[in-house]
Design a protein around this ligand. Structure first.
Ligand code: 5GP
Length: 193
């Protein structure tokens, strides 16, 4: 088991509806030493790539993106969730369905912060059905930038997102892949990587 799998076993809570709660160390209270380890691990896995920006989606992806970006020495750009339907031409826009809230939001990135010279590493906390990642890929491609790869902290391997993104031909690295979860007895298993 790697450092993250050990932490998930220790502090993760399996909820109904295929939701894994990791809010004691990742997305409410945050363990910054763990964040540093996560950043370093993504830096190692994508060290062969030219990266000029790290792109994520608010809010849980931001801290992870900051840790990765510090290792690469590049800025973070995060897609903002926008309630407005009147989005002007200065923004790249994608529609994303939230796995946890079950609603659809436009997410936006200013055209000032992504362009065709950029080489983008996309990161997020979870991968479930792949909607968030597809939105971030769409925004990157609209800008003419290159998607160098995608880094996920926790992939739920029994949901479809990982297969969709890998079938599109992108390099997708997940630090932990949950193979199964049982909310009745609170147990989970990981895919061997
Ligand atoms: P997807 O777009 O791949 O269906 O879902 C990914 C997004 O939903 C992530 O940005 C993450 O915030 C949220 N998410 C999906 N599954 C889980 C989960 O099991 N636990 C938590 N805490 N967030 C999740």
């Amino acid at each position: 088991m790697n450092f993250l799998e050990e932490r998930i076993i220790k502090d993760g809570v399996v909820k109904a509806g295929n939701v894994l709660k990791v809010d004691s160390f990742l997305n409410h209270q945050m363990d910054i030493a763990l964040m540093d380890q996560i950043g370093e691990e993504f830096y190692r896995r994508f060290s062969d790539k030219k990266v000029t920006k790290v792109l994520t989606i608010e809010s849980s992806g931001i801290a992870i993106a900051c840790s990765v970006a510090r290792c690469f020495g590049v800025p973070v750009v995060f897609a903002k969730k926008s309630k407005s339907i009147n989005i002007d031409g200065d923004m790249y826009v994608a529609e994303v369905e939230s796995f946890t809230h079950k609603n659809r939001n436009n997410v936006i990135v200013s055209k000032k912060f992504l362009n065709s010279d950029d080489h983008v590493l996309i990161v997020d906390d979870f991968l479930a059905n792949g909607c968030a990642l597809q939105g971030l890929i769409s925004i990157t491609e609209s800008s003419g930038a290159t998607v160098e790869g995608l880094g996920i902290v926790i992939e739920k391997g029994f949901q479809i997102g990982g297969t969709i993104i890998r079938n599109l031909g992108y390099k997708l690295e997940s630090l932990a892949i949950v193979e199964s979860m049982d909310c009745e007895n609170g147990t989970l298993t990981f895919r061997e990587q």
